[in-house]
Design a binder for this molecule. Structure first.
Ligand SMILES: [Cu+2]
Length: 172
């Protein structure tokens, strides 16, 4: 059994684990490999998690922060989910229609401006998981592939966590 003093270290390790540098499409135009490490050619996926669901749930949601560290805008054009987890992943936004919160698929994708950040969070942008094979159990993992500009892919494995924030709606 792990002791309490180890707990905060574990959290820090998890945070570090879920920050992924990747090479942007812009970098790929340049075949000089030693330039690929350039700071201005990366996008980071930070603080990602999928929200735990009840056991029979058919839909779930994943959240993260995207940080575009390149000097060109990047568009998150699609998300794929591991087939053992769910049938499909969609990029959604949440909008007020009158006094109702509605979710809408972002078929055109979500732009992360050059050197900008976009937060995917409860009540805003999120990745919707449709056709869950089983509920998302706290402590398990969800593997997603994020595609930017229809060509640059980022593979992330997100922890499933309980979400105290009840802002997300379940009307799919
Ligand atoms: Cu949604």
């Amino acid at each position: 059994m792990s002791s309490f003093p180890k707990f905060s270290n574990t959290l820090l390790a998890v945070c570090a684990l879920f920050t992924f540098p990747v090479f942007s499409a812009a970098a790929q135009h340049n075949h000089t490999s030693n330039q690929l490490a350039s700071e201005e050619s990366t996008i980071m996926v930070m603080n990602g998690y999928a929200r735990a669901t009840f056991a029979m749930a058919k839909t779930g949601a994943a959240y993260f922060m995207l940080h575009n560290q390149s000097d060109v805008d990047m568009v998150l054009t699609s998300v794929d989910v591991d087939a053992t987890i769910a049938d499909e992943a969609q990029i959604h936004t949440t909008e007020m229609q009158g006094d109702m919160m509605k979710m809408r698929e972002m078929k055109e994708g979500v732009t992360v401006a050059a050197n900008g950040m976009v937060s995917f969070e409860s009540g805003g942008y999120h990745v919707m998981l449709l056709g869950l094979k089983k509920g998302l159990e706290e402590g398990s993992e969800v593997a997603l592939t994020l595609t930017f500009d229809e060509q640059t892919t980022v593979y992330v494995v997100l922890p499933v966590k309980k979400d105290e924030n009840q802002g997300h709606h379940h009307h799919h």
